[in-house]
Design a protein around this ligand. Structure first.
Ligand code: SAH
Length: 341
């Protein structure tokens, strides 16, 4: 039996002809599963009982299994999801004032191994399929069933989305399609440690999707210490690209502020010079501490001073205190395999 979430609209259309079903039925099925989030086929009222039963014999429509849910005081919820092969991933539902944010994983573990991140400590296990990416969104959507307002999707969960580009692309096509989940591209952010080839690719394939680049250091040398990917993907090449490539949305630079590592005014000065000429926004994220990782959150005073310096130099700066820290669901705290983190 094939898992429906791994199939694109066209793949499914091509397949169901062999069952003697009309391809229009695929559009109806997509509406039931991606828009109405309904997997009770008895309710698929615009499809005949005979066709529904024929279809369900061939295709598995069950989502991945939700095995645990934790909620913090502010309503941030962390979902532990078990995949078919028993690997586990986490997704986070964040309640904001006027909308919800879904923080979605793209891989089991992560190959990038940033020194400060809990997911990096798990190592890389495997890429998620497009269906496993979509399944997270549908599980989180189920949680807010009657809600009809704005949903933002951020690929800031476990993994490096641009190192799983083909599956990410397939999932994004269904997420944004009018026939799929109908979530506008403008509401989607892909966060990357920086893989230039795929930054260019996603800008071509989805020009309206927002890109966040995890900068986290004030020069390439310091960045190499924190983010080994910087040894392969040169920071100045990436920044040159951001400077020269015209895009719909400003680039967001994420900068995790870590005590005595990258939080000095000297660092702020260097960041300010580094990003000069790039139309951007800077998100400062005070470090979320992890047991077994030695980094600390800077003092409020230093964080404010860092922010102030960049603001005074003309940058748009958002200080983002992560939500969900008490359930370990904040940025860089997701890990499902290493017990002691
Ligand atoms: N691999 C992607 C997406 C996952 S991490 C990326 O690197 O962008 C999402 C964001 O959380 C990144 O900006 C990352 O730098 C940040 N982050 C990682 N660990 C963190 C921690 N312990 N505290 C705060 N932010 C962290």
């Amino acid at each position: 039996m094939k898992w429906i979430y791994d199939l694109s609209l066209n793949e499914l259309k091509n397949e169901i002809k062999a069952l003697g079903l009309r391809d229009f039925m695929v559009v109806q099925v997509f509406q039931w599963i991606y828009q109405k989030n309904c997997r009770d086929i008895k309710l698929w009222s615009n499809i005949s009982k005979y066709n529904r039963e024929l279809f369900i014999k061939k295709y598995n429509i069950t989502l991945n299994r939700l095995i645990n849910k934790e909620e913090d005081r502010e309503g941030t919820k962390k979902f532990l999801i078990e995949l078919e092969d028993k690997n586990k991933i986490e997704s986070v539902l964040i309640k904001e004032k006027n909308y919800y944010t879904f923080c979605i994983s793209s891989q089991v573990g992560c190959a990038i191994k940033c020194a400060f991140c809990a997911t990096g400590k798990m190592g890389f296990i495997r890429n998620l399929s497009s269906g496993e990416i979509l399944s997270q969104i549908l599980i989180l959507k189920k949680e807010i069933d009657d809600y009809k307002g704005k949903i933002n999707i951020v690929f800031m969960g476990m993994g490096e989305p641009l190192l799983n580009y083909e599956n990410l692309k397939k999932a994004l096509s269904i997420i944004t399609s009018e026939k799929g989940a109908k979530i506008p591209s403008n509401n989607i952010t892909v966060s990357t440690a920086g893989v230039l080839k795929y930054i260019k690719q996603i800008e071509m394939d989805f020009p309206n999707i927002k890109i966040s680049f995890s900068l986290n250091a004030s020069d390439n040398k310091a960045r190499e210490q924190l983010m080994p990917i910087s040894k392969m993907e040169n920071l100045s090449d990436i920044l040159d690209h951001f400077k020269n490539h015209k895009r719909k949305h400003r680039i967001t630079f994420e900068y995790v502020l870590i005590k005595n590592i990258n939080d000095s005014i000297e660092d702020a000065k260097k960041v300010s010079q580094l990003l000069r000429g790039i139309l951007c926004k800077i998100n400062l994220i005070p470090y979320n501490e992890n047991t077994n990782i030695d980094f600390k959150t800077p003092s409020k005073k230093n964080i404010e001073a860092f922010k102030e310096y960049l603001c005074l130099n003309g940058y748009t700066v958002v200080l983002r205190w992560s939500k969900g820290k008490d359930i370990k669901s904040a940025c860089g705290q997701l890990a499902t395999q290493t017990k002691d983190i």
